[in-house]
Design a protein around this ligand. Sequence first.
Ligand SMILES: [Mg+2]
Length: 250
Amino acid sequence: MATPVNLLELGAGDFKQFLDSFDHVFSDCDGVIWAKTPLPGSSDFFKLIKKYGKTVNYVSNNSIRTRDKYDARFQAAGEPNNTLHSDSRVPEICQLQEESPHEPLDHYEKFVEYLKDDEEIAAVVFDSDFKINLAKIYKAVTYLSRPDVLFLSGTGVFTDLVTEQVKRDPVQLGKPGKVFGEFAMKRAGVTDPSRVLFIGDMIEQDVGLGKATGFKTLLVLTNISEDKMMNHEIKPDFYAPSLGKRPNED
Ligand SMILES: [Mg+2]
């Protein structure tokens, strides 16, 4: 596997070659455009990329932050919000939301009634849920006991609660699932993954997604040291300590 190249150390010729190697940028947001506050210089980097005729789309699989909050963050960072979210609502999907009983032992009949299967349900989406309870988990298990019911997930420990029970691997809609990369391409009207540069700050999620989908990858070292990156089994094509320093250019 090739050693990651420091983008900021490229000479003008190599930087031109880098620019010629992609037409589209998909970029993660947290840790690339902002941390708690906008990361200095990131906006300038994207302006530079656009100046060379590249399209730039931001991607997020964060289903917790609202669109309004994204808008505010983009505004503070001086960037337009053209985010491709993976949480675009999928119709015909069962979402195990508010109505689940929270005290099953005191409402046994209600609990049993709640857990009844419904043949109309064709898919279960399980993602971050800060109101998770036993009833919701069993409800998901009930539906997913039918093999033809689609199992879609975001990321993280919430989904693991259900996968453990049903012994099925979900179609992962969040990073680093390939479906997420393909979804972003579809939303952006991109057909050739090899002409996409994916920028992110997390090796497993962002670089992993790029590898799974066939994108070129650029890791920003906001949350990982250069040493750790170099010793990681997954390696980006390019890296930069931050996007705040202007790459060499003509
Ligand atoms: Mg991030």
